[in-house]
Design a protein. Structure first.
Ligand code: AKG
Ligand code: FE2
Length: 221
């Protein structure tokens, strides 16, 4: 078994996806939470050319639940796409969505896993929606190599994809709605799609507050 403090090494070894094998979130509770949010607050769609992709913030910079979604402009360096984002380390203000007991429970479980959540969002891809190939820009304030993903709703066509270069073989994985928290590499080019059916993840950047938590390799390049 590997441990959270080994995240850098695991990245250097070419690991693409990890999971926390010892803790399961309550998926039914997360679905109920998502249903309430979706029916109460309009979804924010970022101003990038990703079709059917948007969501709601639980932890953001200003504390607005739309914050962190509007300013998602992409830019290019040397032919590679980067998502332009504001500094994540300040994105720890609770939004009104965080008042829900399900959100409180979620944060408690994150802490029990040794994670301090930073920018945390509910991300929804509509049927036939996608988020284009991109790399998330490095940020010294937190571990930008990995991002936590918790699946709320998914389907067989919902895929997370990685490639080392635009010419390289594409590796893909359908993250299951099994209640386990996954860590996905975001410093390599990646994209997501859902060809048929909605896909909802809770996605969180984080700092490590306890590196002893065991993690398991799910996929390596
Ligand atoms: O799966 C998602 O909604 C977002 C994927 C992504 O680009 C990321 O986590 O950085
Ligand atoms: Fe990304």
């Amino acid at each position: 078994m590997r441990h959270l403090w080994e995240l850098k090494t695991l990245g250097d070894e070419g690991v693409l996806l990890l999971r926390f094998p010892e803790t399961q979130f309550d998926v039914q509770e997360l679905i109920r939470f998502y249903d309430k949010i979706r029916d109460t607050y309009p979804k924010t769609i970022p101003e990038v050319e990703n079709a059917g992709y948007g969501g709601w913030a639980l932890l953001s910079d200003s504390g607005d639940y739309r914050d962190g979604w509007q300013q998602g402009k992409a830019y290019e360096i040397g032919g590679r796409r980067f998502e332009k984002l504001t500094a994540h380390d300040t994105q720890t203000t609770l939004t009104e969505l965080s008042q829900y007991p399900e959100a409180q429970n979620l944060f408690r479980t994150f802490h029990s896993l040794g994670l301090k959540p930073i920018r945390t969002r509910i991300a929804e891809i509509q049927s036939e929606g996608k988020l284009n190939w991109h790399i998330d820009p490095p940020d010294p304030a937190f571990n930008v190599r990995w991002r936590a993903h918790l699946v709320v709703i998914t389907n067989d066509t919902a895929k997370f994809k990685w490639r080392l270069t635009p010419e390289a073989e594409v590796r893909e994985f359908s993250l299951p709605a099994d209640g386990y928290l996954y860590l996905a590499r975001i410093d390599l080019e990646h994209c997501v799609e859902s060809k048929e059916g909605v896909r909802v993840h809770i996605i969180s950047d984080f700092n490590i507050i306890d590196g002893e938590t065991p993690v398991e390799v799910v996929l390596a390049s």
